[in-house]
Design a protein around this ligand. Structure first.
Ligand code: FMN
Length: 133
């Protein structure tokens, strides 16, 4: 199995960002492709980890790379893994009305089983707005 972690910048920010569309497509496709992971967004940036069978990850990442809804994608790691770190696909999506605390709490639970290399950038972005590098 393979796991990819990347950060990118949304092309369109604010209410016009197509977060709902991205979430729908991802949940649908990933269930079929056996991909699990986590997507974080503050409406401006994305941080995503995807994991699953190598062939599925390769084709999904190829589509994500070519998606014009974001740009400046920076690969943090692309590694071989033995076990999944995200048992179910979890994607948090903060609506304007959601309190920030509730959103962060939803992200922390799936992150509990992740490696430090994956957990650190998520927690750092949520807490400080930077990757901490
Ligand atoms: C930040 C971001 C994350 C995405 N994550 C996924 C994903 O996990 N799985 C997926 O299939 N598509 C994901 N997509 C969408 C793909 O880029 C692509 O639009 C989609 O897979 C096409 O699916 P379709 O051919 O079924 O419409 C993501 C797009 C963006 C911008």
């Amino acid at each position: 199995m393979r796991q990819i972690l990347y950060v990118s910048t949304s092309t369109v920010t604010g209410d016009k960002a197509d977060l709902v569309g991205i979430l729908e497509q991802s949940r649908h496709n990933n269930a079929i492709d056996g991909i699990t992971g986590l997507l974080w967004s503050d409406g401006t940036r994305f941080l995503q980890v995807i994991e699953g069978p190598t062939a599925s990850i390769d084709s999904t990442f190829e589509r994500i790379l070519n998606d014009h809804r974001h740009h400046g994608l920076s690969l943090q790691h692309n590694i071989s893994i033995r076990d999944r770190q995200f048992g179910g696909w979890t994607m948090a999506h903060r609506r304007a009305t959601d309190p920030v605390d509730a959103y962060d709490a939803r992200m922390r639970r799936p992150l509990a089983g992740a490696s430090d290399a994956v957990r650190s950038p998520f927690l750092s972005l949520m807490a400080t707005g930077t990757l901490g590098t």
